[in-house]
Design a protein. Structure first.
Length: 258
């Protein structure tokens, strides 16, 4: 029987980490890659049998590569702290890793719960974000990417049938907090790539993000939840480009009138 490691990235997730770890206890090893949380994230994870490794946060690409390096087994399954591995997905993973003809990397569908309902549109289902099951060495992340990290696949690719669950936001404050953090990281990524700033560009990019999710990806069929998701993407995109302007143009403070 082949063995599998599950790694979970976390930072100040004491309200989510226990459920995430519990959903992965079927695995041969559970590692929580913590970036020096100031709450009880590490304590709770260890109490459930997970091995906690502390990794300085220098962008999500490097964080994931370091978490993979900490895994002991040939097969690795990645899980975020707001995700839950379902029994059906766990059973499928066991079947895959013990199949000698299995592909090297596997995309995993995700079902997202938000504002009291399963989201069926908005690009949130099946929501193949990145391969989550893979052989060690088959997936390498771009360490230069601060957020929305790129990756390289070495080997064959396939898709799992059974979905995991994601609970991305406990409440609306969390969607605002995540948007704030990710837009700041996104501005750094844009700057590194040499993107030219512009407030007009920020507005147009934000509007396109809203239209793409709410209309083209049928977010309006998810009711108010779909609207909030699309609006959150408008805000995140707008402020990502606006923060790039702020960094590049170095807006001055008002003059001292005294």
């Amino acid at each position: 029987m082949n063995k599998v490691s599950v790694y979970i990235i976390a930072y100040n997730e004491e309200d989510k980490i226990a459920a995430a770890v519990k959903s992965a206890l079927w695995a041969d090893e559970v590692i929580v890659a913590d970036s020096h949380s100031s709450d009880r994230t590490a304590e709770l994870a260890e109490s459930l049998g997970a091995r906690v490794v502390q990794i300085d946060f220098q962008g999500f690409g490097k964080l994931r590569n370091d978490a993979i390096a900490a895994c002991s087994h040939e097969w690795i399954f990645s899980l975020d702290s707001d995700e839950r591995c379902t029994p059906e997905a766990a059973e499928e993973i066991r079947t895959i890793i013990n199949n000698s003809d299995a592909a090297d990397t596997w995309y995993t569908p995700r079902r997202n719960w938000f504002m009291g309902r399963w989201i069926k549109h908005c690009g949130w289902y099946p929501d193949y974000r990145q391969p989550q099951l893979f052989r060690k060495g088959a997936l390498i992340f771009n360490e230069a990417d601060e957020v929305h990290e790129g990756f390289e696949i070495h080997g064959s690719v396939d898709h799992m049938s059974n979905a995991i669950w994601q609970f991305p936001f406990k409440d609306l404050s969390q969607i605002q907090d995540k948007g704030k953090r990710y837009s700041t990281l996104g501005a750094l990524k844009l700057e590194r790539r040499g993107v030219e700033p512009g407030m007009g560009k920020a507005l147009l990019r934000g509007l396109w993000a809203f239209i793409r999710i709410y209309i083209l990806k049928l977010g309006f069929l998810d009711g108010w939840a779909g609207f909030v998701i699309a609006f959150g993407n408008f805000e995140g995109t707008f402020y990502r480009y606006a923060k790039l302007c702020e960094r590049k143009q170095e807006w001055q403070q008002p003059p001292d009138r005294s």
